[in-house]
Design a protein around this ligand. Structure first.
Ligand code: NDP
Length: 296
């Protein structure tokens, strides 16, 4: 039997619709419009596309979008001064600094300059600490999206064996914290893990966040497991024409879909959830700033 394919695009559309409804009510009942400021330093083409998409979707759900595009040679002082202004601006409820930053800028310093209450990416050290200690935090968008899909698919996650492959600060580690918070038994695997195949085969929930195309084959997947593929890898696709490329995940979809109970595709799985969760986080930040009931 082949796995259920988890439709991240539809799921994300549902989240955006709920956010849009809530924003409409906020405007009507309180006269408040949530605002998201996105800061882009430099000309990285992939980052420019992300920022454009974020801005468009922010406006589509009825929020205000403030884009700050700064030249690549912007000094740390100027960037920190902008963040200070955004921290103090009551119309801005969420601040996101698009990563990666140009090499001369210290990303940790910049991220930690954001007011933690406006840190909708959840990368500020305070939010990392709050999440790690089980307190109310701003949660990083990609793992939050993965958790939402897992809860939707599986309901209560208590007692399930979860394996997260990858230990980055933006995906792997917060994903593991979230799964622990939902009472999974969590293993974090990485490039030094021994017998990775056997570790993966234990997983009722297998999350791949590595960045290596198709590295997890179907025979590493426990029959019936739920597989969340965070990887986004661009590979050559000569079948589409010379010089063409396509996106694949970290899981070998063709073989894994034969074994798993459910699986996210790439593209169309985790990817669309990230911006939807960013919008949800911005709404949450706005409600907290105004002492209003938070969305579920
Ligand atoms: P990083 O490069 O920061 O981390 C990759 C992790 O994978 C590291 O912990 C590394 O281990 C581990 N790793 C590398 N090789 C192996 C191996 N052979 N076996 C086991 N583990 C290995 O990547 P990110 O976490 O930032 O991103 C991971 C993937 O997710 C990428 O494809 C990225 O494009 C995608 N992504 C998708 C998003 C979305 O859907 N919106 C958002 C963010 C990321 P070690 O620590 O030992 O080096």
């Amino acid at each position: 039997m082949t796995a259920t394919i988890i439709d991240g695009k539809a799921f994300a559309a549902g989240i955006r619709a709920r956010v849009a409804d809530h924003v409409t009510r906020l405007k009507e009942e309180s006269g408040i419009t949530p605002g998201l400021a996105v800061v882009l330093v430099g000309e990285d083409p992939a980052s420019a596309v992300y920022v454009r998409n974020k801005g468009r979707q922010t406006v589509e759900v009825g929020m205000n979008s403030y884009e700050h595009k700064l030249p690549a040679e912007t000094s740390e002082g100027d960037l920190l001064a902008l963040i200070e202004r955004l921290n103090a601006d009551p119309a801005v409820h969420g601040i996101l600094v698009q990563l990666p930053l140009p090499k001369h800028l210290n990303a940790d310093l910049v991220i930690n300059a954001i007011d933690p209450a406006k840190d909708v990416d959840g990368f500020h050290i305070s939010n990392v600490g709050l999440l790690g200690t089980g307190q109310k935090a701003m949660v990083p968008c990609t793992p939050l999206g993965c958790l939402m899909m897992l809860r939707d698919r599986l309901g209560d996650l208590s007692g399930l064996d979860a394996v997260v492959v990858g230990r980055s600060n933006i995906v792997g580690k917060p994903m593991a914290q979230l799964l622990l918070g939902d009472n999974c038994t969590v293993t974090i695997a990485h490039s030094r893990t021994k017998n990775l195949a056997d570790v993966c085969r234990r997983a009722d929930i297998l999350v791949a966040a590595v960045g290596r195309p198709g590295m997890i084959p179907g025979d590493w997947v426990k029959p019936g497991a739920t597989v969340i593929d965070v990887g986004i890898n661009r590979i050559p696709a000569p079948e589409k024409g010379e010089g063409k490329t396509r996106l694949v995940g970290d899981v070998d979809f063709a073989s894994a879909v034969e074994v798993a109970g459910a699986i996210t595709p790439v593209p169309g799985g985790v990817g669309p959830m990230t911006i939807a969760c960013l919008l949800a986080n911005t709404l949450t930040a706005c409600c907290r700033a105004h002492g209003l009931t938070e969305p579920e």
